[in-house]
Write a protein that binds this ligand. Structure first.
Ligand code: PBG
Length: 337
C-alpha cells in the first residue's frame, strides 16, 4: 500500500520558515555562528624519563606518555599544524616523589628538562607549565599534607619555587592547577621579583573536584597514591556562583587568563564566565571526557570523528577562547586540510 501525504495548511507560519537557511551546504556555512581553528587548540603532553620512549595509558587509548626527545618531535608537529601552545605534565619517577614534594623545584627535574628542550628546538610554540604538587608528592594531593590536612600557605611557598624553576627552564605560561588560596598573587609577585614580568599566569580558576580526572591520574602516576579526594580545595560540582567568585579573585590577583575544568559538563560555567568577565577563558576537555568519547566510539555507540568535532565546537559556542584537548593535534591537522 502506498502512503500519501497531504500538505497541511501552514498559513499560521506567516512565511517564517527557519529551515530555509539550513537547506543547502552553502547556506549553512553562511549562517554558522562559531568557528574552530588550530589556534583554538592547546595540546596537553605527558612526559616520562628515557630516550625514544613511549608508553600507553590504559584508560586513554590513543594517548601516549613521551620521553623528552619525543616531546620535541611532538612539539614540531604541533607547531606545523598551527597549535599555539602545549601544556606539559610530568610523570615523575617514584623514587623522586616525597612528602615535601621537593622535586617540584629541582631545576633539573623532568618538567624543566622537557621545557628547555622544547623551548630551544621549537621556540615558536608557547609552553604552559602545570604547577601543583600532586605530580611530585608521595600523597597524590595537590598540596602538602599534615595530619590529613592539605595545607594552604605552606603549599603556596613550594609552588612559588616550582613556578620559578619552570620559568627559568622556558615556561611561557605558569598554570597553577592546585586551587590553593592566594597562589596567583604569590606567583605573580615572585615572577616579577625575579625578572619574569613577561611570564603569563593561566589560572585554573574554576576547577571542580571531578570524577572525570581518573585517566589523567593514571597518566601521571598519582591515582594509586591518592587517599580520599580533593574536595577541601577543588570546587563542589553543585556550585556556580562560587566559580564566579574564584574567577574574580584570580583576576584581581593578576591572572592573564582563567580556566574552567572539566569542560563539557561545565559549559554553563564557561558561558557565565564569558558573560561576566573581560578576560580570555579556556576550558579543559579532561581525560575522562576523552575516554568517554573513545570508549563509546570503540563500542560502536557513536561516530568518533563527528563526536570529537561536535564537542570542540560546543566549547566555542559556549564562549571559550580555546580548549585544552587531547585531540588537539589530530583536529588541528584535519582543520588545516
Ligand atoms: C592536577 C591536575 C589534574 C588534571 C590537570 N592537573 C588532576 C587532578 O586535579 O586530580 C586533570 C586533567 C585531566 O583529567 O585531563 N594538578
Amino acid at each position: 500500500m502506498t502512503e500519501t501525504w497531504h500538505k497541511h495548511d501552514m498559513d499560521f507560519l506567516g512565511g517564517r520558515r527557519l529551515r530555509r537557511s539550513r537547506r543547502t551546504a552553502w547556506s549553512r556555512a553562511m549562517v554558522r555562528e562559531s568557528v574552530l581553528t588550530p589556534a583554538d587548540l592547546i595540546w596537553p603532553l605527558f612526559v616520562i624519563e628515557g630516550h625514544n620512549e613511549k608508553t600507553q595509558i590504559r584508560t586513554m587509548p590513543g594517548v601516549e606518555r613521551l620521553s623528552v626527545d619525543l616531546c620535541v618531535e611532538a612539539a614540531k608537529a604541533a607547531r606545523d599544524a598551527g597549535i599555539p601552545a602545549l601544556a606539559l605534565f610530568p610523570n615523575t619517577p617514584d623514587h623522586l616523589r616525597s612528602q615535601n614534594g621537593a622535586e617540584a623545584y629541582n631545576p633539573d627535574n623532568l618538567m624543566c628538562r622537557a621545557l628547555s628542550a622544547i623551548k630551544s628546538a621549537v621556540p615558536e610554540i608557547g609552553l604552559i607549565a602545570d604547577v601543583a604538587l600532586d605530580e611530585y608528592s608521595s600523597d597524590g594531593q595537590d598540596g602538602l599534607v599534615r595530619d590529613g590536612e592539605v595545607l594552604n600557605d605552606e603549599t603556596v611557598a613550594v609552588m612559588i619555587k616550582s613556578a620559578l624553576v619552570q620559568s627559568k627552564a622556558g615556561a611561557d605560561i605558569i598554570a597553577p592547577s592546585d586551587m590553593m588560596d592566594g597562589r596567583v598573587a604569590a606567583i605573580r609577585e615572585a615572577l616579577d621579583g625575579e625578572g619574569f614580568e613577561q611570564t603569563q599566569i593561566m589560572a585554573y580558576a574554576a576547577k571542580y573536584a571531578s570524577f572525570y580526572y581518573g585517566p589523567f591520574r593514571e597518566a601521571v602516576g598519582t591515582g594509586s597514591r591518592l587517599v580520599g579526594d580533593k574536595r577541601t580545595y577543588q570546587m563542589d560540582y553543585a556550585n556556580s556562583d562560587e566559580a564566579m567568585r574564584e574567577i574574580e579573585q584570580d583576576i584581581a590577583e593578576g591572572a592573564d587568563s582563567v580556566m574552567v575544568k572539566p569542560g563539557l559538563p561545565y559549559l554553563d560555567i564557561v558561558r557565565r564566565a564569558k558573560d561576566s568577565f573581560n578576560i580570555p577563558i579556556y576550558a579543559y576537555q579532561v581525560s575522562g571526557e576523552y575516554a568517554m568519547i573513545e570508549m563509546a566510539a570503540a563500542a560502536g555507540a557513536i561516530n568518533r570523528d563527528g563526536a570529537i568535532l561536535e564537542s570542540l565546537y560546543a566549547f566555542k559556542r559556549a564562549g571559550a577562547n580555546g580548549v585544552l584537548t587531547y585531540y588537539a593535534l589530530e583536529v588541528a591537522r584535519q582543520l588545516g586540510k
